[in-house]
Design a protein around this ligand. Structure first.
Ligand SMILES: Cc1ncc(C[n+]2csc(CCOP(=O)(O)OP(=O)(O)O)c2C)c(N)n1
Length: 812
């Protein structure tokens, strides 16, 4: 069964409008050029000036910033394209998003918002007058000001562009299930050398014109990156064409620097691209949509880097070369010639025609702006929380795993999540998607295919299963695409989850961190509405990659995210299916968080009823009384606390507690399970951090804690920093001991097996009851028996493999 299309209707733009769009009048050429000159003027002003913003008097050294920062080279290209897209929006009413791949051209985007009036609406102090323009200039890349990129503070941006490579990925994510939206993404030719960008052209193979919007890439071949030429800039045009055609695009080329010729040719190119998009959408949204993937347009723009800037400086060519990348004129305060060149450069834009005496943009400039929300810096799509509807979730009770005797049955927990997501798909047919690098079935989430196929626009054969153009499960073998598509999808207000093998989450780890930074900064801006969280399911975990070998064993993302110490990050380690349900519901309904959910896909013991799981997950950490053997009514502290976080290590901890209960009952043991890792730090270090009182209720203030952790042990040491006597935490976890072996051998090799934990518990307990030495020796012999057995039989000892919680406990 497949979720049906939206029934989106195609935009109808009259032939007359399109003809006019392709053929700007002289007045329109003036408006385009005035807007572009105004943008360039404001861009240069942001990089260089702290005063005399309108050049109402000759420029002096005192007007120039002491530190000259920013990127000029890409900016005029970005604003040129922006001006033309604005004109298209004005003519057609098309909802459009603009993504600047080379986001280091931030001043051009800030200037666009300023010229559209949006910047002053959002930041009233930066008003459209001389005082406001001066603030605009002073704040740029300055202490207490704004970053130099198209960052969170930039209205209209969902794409920082600081870490290059994701422009197209974000654009594709943004238009999924937004049939009315056009996302234009400028791709830098340096950016185009990155792996993620190279992989992202494939977005068209997953975009259904019937129910998704359109992405228009503009590959900006300005020929240079920071310090040298670019590959695509130097390739023969026919090679570039062939590359893009191979990815499924129709190439439209514009080249030059002549004016107004470039305006005319770009207007023609943009109209041609738009015509093609409208045509594709009309056919796909008509009565009998075609089956084959359409050929989408791409514009290749060849214009000089640093276009309209200083052509030569000190006799050296700058315009059109890598020398234009950042600040083409350096040492302006020290070099009178450079100061004069700067003034001449800024005056070449004729500011007196662009701003009135009070600094307000003139009618000539404003004529190019669309109105209201059609202004791209005011786009509600770029402030997705404004558009976002709550996710509709079914009742978790319908998916509850009946636990019976806790710890007595094994079940694949992620399969239960798959069923939940299937029904989330059904209830949210246009606002929820699963993103997965080709592992939906492998990760036991395949129930979603009962609700939706995989999305795929390429050729199908009779052997293909659950796949087709109407599918909305996003499977592409690219963690970068999956992660970034979800970012674009959530930043524009929709919901989703990225499910990945744990080890390969490191492929996109940098995106996870960049997104967390974005959300963190967005949280400081009142005008940015909270957006649905970015949810990452890390499954097929290190501990159960006993069959795949060392490459598949890596719980690094947890450490990476913890290291970032972000307030917006959450890390959940549900020990069983009902906890996974509870955590998933929380994550999917949360806003502006990065939620990592870590759980393996193999059959695993089930401990808690849904009610218990909900209570446990709400607390984030609980004592599992029945697993230990202390008697709280005695008011005596346990000899040792066995803490655990993570499914496999929880099982080993409960098993270790059982051995101690049975073989050394006078040693008093408490078992504490942690689901929400962020409860461990102090409240001042994380919003989920538990109070000192709660911490000491769980872990005591003095007793040793043997903490078995799913990830690298250092993470827990980091989290308990500052807690009473943190040295008493002895952490076991993944210590990079991996290979192709048995499941239990993985925990043995990493010294977190039940037998290792028993030995550790005895060694670290302040009391050694009689029988301790004997039990340690028995554990050693069990470990030896294990090693001998697996070499002989190639599988784990039956007593380990089939172990269940043996004692009858009412509840954990
Ligand atoms: C992933 C990544 N690697 C390196 C950089 C450093 N960097 C900033 S700008 C730039 C050159 C970009 O060239 P291009 O994409 O062609 O942009 P433009 O020439 O338009 O400035 C580089 C390498 C970065 N921002 N991101």
């Amino acid at each position: 069964m497949t979720v049906t299309q939206t029934g989106a209707s195609a935009r109808v733009v009259s032939e007359q409008t399109l003809t006019a769009l392709a053929d700007p009048t002289l007045a329109e050429l003036d408006a385009l050029d005035a807007w572009w000159r105004a943008n360039n003027y404001l861009t240069v002003g942001q990089i260089y000036l702290k005063d005399n913003a309108l050049l109402q008097r000759p420029l002096t050294v005192e007007d120039v910033k002491p530190r000259l920062l920013g990127h000029w080279g890409t900016s005029p290209g970005l604003s040129f394209v922006y001006a033309h897209l604005s004109r298209l929006v004005r003519h057609t009413g098309q909802a459009a998003l603009y993504l600047a791949g080379p986001g280091h051209g931030g001043p051009a985007l800030v200037a666009a918002g300023y010229l559209e009036g949006v910047y002053s609406e959002v930041y009233p102090r930066v008003s459209q007058d001389v005082a406001g323009m001066t603030r605009l200039f002073r704040q740029f890349s300055a202490p207490g000001g704004i970053p130099s990129h198209a960052s969170v503070t930039t209205p209209g941006s969902i794409h920082e562009g600081g870490e290059l490579g994701y422009a197209l990925i974000h654009a594709f994510g943004a238009v999924m299930d937004s049939p009315e939206l056009l996302a234009l993404a400028v791709v830098g030719d340096g950016e185009a050398e990155t792996g993620p960008l190279e992989g992202s052209w494939k977005g068209v193979s997953f975009l259904n014109p019937g129910r998704d919007g359109a992405v228009l890439p503009v590959l900006h071949l300005n020929g240079a990156k920071i310090a040298g030429p670019t590959v695509l800039g130097r390739k023969r045009p026919e090679e570039v064409r062939a590359l893009l055609q191979g990815h499924g695009y129709e190439v439209i080329e514009v080249e030059g620097s002549d004016l107004p010729g470039m305006h005319v040719r770009f207007a023609q190119a943009l109209t041609a691209a738009y015509r093609r998009i409208l045509d594709i959408q009309a056919r796909w949204r008509g009565d009998s949509p075609p089956r084959e993937r359409p050929t989408w347009p791409v514009i290749v723009l060849r214009s000089p880097k640093g276009w309209t800037g200083p052509h030569e400086v000190d006799g050296v060519l700058v315009e059109g070369t890598w020398r234009a990348h950042q600040v083409p004129l350096s040492g302006v305060r020290e070099n009178p010639e450079h100061l004069a060149t700067l003034e001449a450069w800024m005056r070449s834009y004729r500011p007196e025609e662009l701003f009135d005496g009070g600094g307000h943009p003139t009618a000539a400039v404003l004529a190019n702006n669309p109105q209201g929300d059609l202004r791209m810096t005011a786009s509600p799509y770029a402030n997705g929380g404004l558009r976002s509807q709550p996710l509709e979730l079914p009742d978790l009770a319908d998916y509850e795993v009946a636990v019976g005797h806790p710890g007595s049955q094994r079940l694949e927990s992620t399969r239960v999540l798959g069923a939940l997501m299937r029904d989330i798909y059904r209830r949210n047919p246009h606002s929820f998607r699963l993103f997965c690098p080709d592992e939906t079935n492998s990760n036991r989430l395949g129930a979603v295919f009962e609700a939706s196929d995989r999305a795929f626009m390429e050729r199908l054969t009779p052997h293909d299963v659950s796949i087709g153009p109407n599918g909305r499960v996003m499977e592409v073998l690219s963690e970068h695409n999956c992660h970034g598509w979800l970012e674009g999808y959530t930043l524009t207000g929709r919901h989703g989850l990225f499910a990945t093998y744990e080890a390969f989450a490191m492929v996109s780890a940098s995106q996870t961190i960049q997104h967390a930074k974005w959300l963190e900064e967005a949280g400081h801006l009142a005008w940015r509405a909270p957006v649905p969280s970015l949810n990452v399911l890390l499954t097929s975990t290190a501990w159960r990659n006993d069959h795949n070998g060392f490459s598949h064993q890596g719980p690094g993302l947890i450490t990476t995210v913890l290291q970032h110490r972000s307030d917006v990050a959450r890390i959940y380690l549900p020990p069983d299916a009902n906890c996974l349900l509870s955590v998933a519901e929380h994550a999917l309904t949360s806003r502006s968080h990065v939620n990592l959910i870590v759980i393996d896909k193999q059959p695993q013991l089930q401990y808690l009823t849904l009610a218990e799981a909900n209570a446990h997950c709400k607390r984030g950490v609980s004592i599992w009384e029945a697993a230990g053997n202390e008697d709280p009514s005695e008011g005596i502290q346990p000899d040792i606390v066995l803490a655990c976080a993570g499914d496999i290590v929880t099982m080993e901890t409960v098993a270790a507690a059982q051995i101690l209960r049975e073989r050394l009952p006078s040693l008093k043991v408490r078992v504490v399970n942690v689901v929400n890792l962020m409860t461990m730090p102090r409240p001042k270090d994380h919003p989920n951090g538990m109070s000192d009182l709660r911490f000491s209720e769980l872990f005591t203030d003095t007793q040793d804690v043997l903490f078995s952790f799913h990830g690298y042990p250092g993470a827990i040491h980091q989290l308990v920093h500052g807690r009473p006597d943190a040295d008493r935490f002895h952490v076991r976890g993944f210590i990079e001991q991996g290979t192709t072996t048995t499941p239990f051998d993985m925990v043995v090799r990493n010294k977190v097996s039940r037998y290792d934990l028993v030995i550790d518990a005895i060694n670290n307990s302040k009391r050694r009851p009689p029988g301790s030495a004997r039990l340690k020796a028995w554990c050693e012999s069990q470990l030896q028996a294990h090693s001998d057995y697996i070499l002989e039989h190639l599988e784990d000892l039956p007593e380990v493999r089939d172990w269940v919680v043996p004692w009858d406990i009412s509840r954990m």
